[in-house]
Design a protein around this ligand. Structure first.
Ligand SMILES: [Zn+2]
Length: 198
């Protein structure tokens, strides 16, 4: 939480002040700003080894005490800043959680879609295999029908359309014509004799 951190930024480093003030261990004492309820916004000096085993416990106020009005004003400002920091941290946390939830949901949805996609692909493969089998079956049937048709056609040709057979027919016709011609000629030539005989 934004808790006890200084509500205002330090405009200079704790050791950037002059003239230097030394603590009991003879080192320059850093200057800090108090934000306690009793002394808000009041600067103080403390041993550089404060809160360690080497702390010489040096402690001295740099500023005199503020008026009650200034104290209250600084306390209100301090609290306002701390509250805003806390709210901001909470909102960030909520935002992070929300984002985490959204990411989680998206991942779950994505996994679900992936699974659906895989199932569809599998189903499509099965359907495609079925279609291919059907097509093969139809092709086989087509080939069988084609063969039968060819056989039927070739059977007709043997009986009706053979060129040799047609040639034979023409020969027979030729013979018939010759015979009829001969018969007619003989009839005319023999006619008078037949009349005579009658
Ligand atoms: Zn010291």
């Amino acid at each position: 939480m934004g808790g006890m951190r200084s509500p205002m930024p330090y405009r200079e480093g704790p050791l950037a002040y002059e003239p230097a003030i030394f603590c009991r261990c003879d080192r320059k004492a850093p200057r800090w700003i108090s934000w306690s309820d009793d002394n808000p916004g009041r600067r103080y000096l403390r041993c550089i080894a404060a809160w360690t085993i080497n702390d010489c416990s040096f402690y001295a106020w740099f500023d005199g005490e503020h008026t009650p009005f200034l104290k209250n004003l600084l306390l209100d400002l301090r609290d306002a800043v701390w509250n805003l920091r806390n709210e901001n941290a909470q909102l960030k946390q909520l935002n992070l959680q929300g984002t985490g939830d959204v990411v989680c949901n998206l991942r779950r949805e994505n996994a679900h879609l992936k699974q659906m996609n895989e199932e569809l692909q599998r189903s499509n493969e099965v359907k495609e295999a079925g279609m291919k089998a059907k097509i093969k079956e139809l092709e086989d049937k087509d080939v069988a029908l084609g063969t039968m048709a060819t056989m039927l056609r070739s059977g007709k040709a043997v009986h009706q359309l053979s060129p040799n057979r047609r040639y034979d027919n023409l020969e027979v016709l030729h013979c018939v014509v010759l015979f009829l011609g001969g018969w007619l000629w003989a009839g005319r030539a023999l006619a008078p004799r037949v009349v005579c005989v009658l």
